[in-house]
Design a protein around this ligand. Structure first.
Ligand SMILES: Cc1cc2nc3c(=O)[nH]c(=O)nc-3n(C[C@H](O)[C@H](O)[C@H](O)COP(=O)(O)OP(=O)(O)OC[C@H]3O[C@@H](n4cnc5c(N)ncnc54)[C@H](O)[C@@H]3O)c2cc1C
Length: 434
């Protein structure tokens, strides 16, 4: 027996950051329900509290802080948070040395022994002067091809490979998109750094959740099994034997899984294949929860080998660890196939762990507990020559006028979370413009 359907203006499928973000924005215009299949909100950015430590899901800085699309939306719903700017970025090189990573302007380039000063400065000026169409012309070219074509020197190759790894979670130069990498670097040169939310990601989720609850609800343990479509329009969704009716439906689940809840016969075959085949990024993170701080570094740390990104969230926002204790988070990138292979992923994990302990041996003496995580999806889409911003699916479903998709595998700009946030803003503008 089906229960009596409930009506909403907007049904949002998925309670990750994209679902909560768009749900909060749409709650300014109508009644919203967010449906999340698990017991928690947050998806791939969910926060877990253990022994007083607030653990983000692996390293989770936010590019561009107040100037990001996420920052803009928090302002728009009247619930801003504080974004903290970390200190300078350090590069921990394989030869055991530590140097400034050339981000954040000329001084950092000058201080860095990773790159030659004049050549790097020249490259940065060149990138600053590039027009939109110059980036677009390089979207289909891999970094490797471009390095060879432009005779890029080994030191600058290393720097750009690290930039591709951190800015777009893609250290694989044979497929990383040159246009996207340079455009991401340009955005950094124009509007600056990564930031961290005071109090961690939980603060972002609380703000969005509060807003949604002012004009709607978030339902956990509510897995959508089907999007109902009649004559080119969706009318609602099914959750078990319950139907929820809605005027407009927005799916935020990774687009690779979208056709598990929508009959693929309703859409163009090429579109279905494209969504299902999108390659995501993958990686391994380790959180170390320590009885006391063992380093006062308050900026990012780049590891050369294995290529990775390190962060001490409690040095930036002390609220994420109990008083006098410390939280360190490390992260390395790998292929999805490596994560699925237990031996390979364990080998990469051990490599990461020993690289960390080589630079921070004091971790072992002060360890309360550690949390390794093996992620088969970091960002919904790897930014590469086959999946750059012009080649990804857009927010609208051509055949179904009131059904939309968003999240970090749809449209958008930048990489990872940026794709998610810009994709949400684009989707929101389309929906309220209709
Ligand atoms: C370790 C790690 C580090 C990262 N670091 C950064 C970073 O530093 N900066 C950055 O910007 N980004 C980072 N990211 C990426 C960022 O976390 C993701 O881009 C973002 O969380 C994706 O959000 P989403 O809402 O699009 O998708 P998801 O988080 O995947 O949310 C989708 C939600 O839908 C739910 N769902 C699925 N199917 C159904 C269904 N049938 N019915 C109902 N609900 C369903 C899922 O349970 C999930 O909660 C990182 C990711 C990881 C894993």
């Amino acid at each position: 027996m089906f229960k009596i359907p409930v009506n909403f203006d907007y049904i949002v499928i998925g309670g990750g950051i994209a679902g909560l973000h768009i749900g909060a924005l749409l709650s300014l215009h109508g009644k919203v329900i967010v449906l999340e299949k698990t017991n928690n909100i947050g998806g791939r950015a969910k926060v877990v509290e253990k022994d007083g430590f607030k653990l983000d899901f692996g390293a989770h800085p936010i590019r561009f802080g107040y100037k990001s699309d996420l920052g803009e939306s928090l302002e728009e719903i009247g619930k801003p948070i504080e974004f903290i700017k970390p200190g300078k970025v350090l590069a921990f090189l394989d030869d055991g040395s530590i140097t400034t990573y050339p981000s954040g302007g000329i001084i950092a380039v000058l201080k860095s022994k990773l790159v030659p000063f004049f050549k790097t400065l020249k490259l940065m000026i060149k990138i600053k002067k590039m027009a939109e169409e110059d980036f677009v012309a390089l979207y289909d070219m891999s970094l490797e091809e471009w390095f060879n074509k432009e005779n890029i020197t080994p030191k600058i190759r290393k720097f750009l490979t690290m930039a591709s790894a951190t800015l777009q979670v893609n250290p694989f130069i044979e497929r990383s998109s040159t246009g996207e990498t340079l455009q991401n670097i340009r955005k950094f040169l124009d509007i600056g750094s990564v930031y961290y939310p005071r109090g961690g990601w939980g603060e972002i989720f609380s703000r969005f959740s509060e807003k949604i609850k002012e004009n709607g609800e978030i339902r956990l343990k509510s897995e959508v099994s089907e999007i109902i479509v009649k004559e080119g329009k969706t009318t609602g969704v099914k959750i078990g034997d319950e139907i929820i009716n809605g005027e407009k439906i927005i799916s935020t689940i990774p687009v690779q899984q979208f056709f598990t809840i929508l009959d693929e016969k309703l859409c163009d075959k090429d579109f279905v294949t494209r969504c299902q085949g999108l390659k995501c990024t993958a990686g391994i993170s380790i959180d170390f929860c320590l009885s006391k701080p063992i380093s006062d570094i308050d900026g990012g740390i780049m590891l050369e080998n294995p290529l990775g990104f390190v962060f001490i969230p409690s040095n930036i926002s002390p609220e994420v660890a109990p008083e006098g204790k410390s939280l360190m988070t490390f992260f390395t990138i790998t292929n999805v196939e490596d994560i699925k292979d237990k031996n390979k992923s364990n080998e990469i994990y051990q490599h990461l762990r020993s690289a960390i302990l080589r630079f921070f041996p004091e971790i072992e003496n002060n360890l309360e507990f550690e949390r390794p995580l093996f992620h088969d999806m970091i960002d919904g889409v790897e930014v590469n020559t086959e999946q750059h911003r012009l080649k990804r699916p857009g927010n609208e479903i051509k055949e179904i006028s009131n059904l939309f998709i968003t999240g970090d595998s749809v449209g958008g700009e930048g990489a990872g979370g940026d794709i998610g946030h810009t994709s949400v803003r684009n989707c929101y503008e389309i929906i309220i413009g209709k």
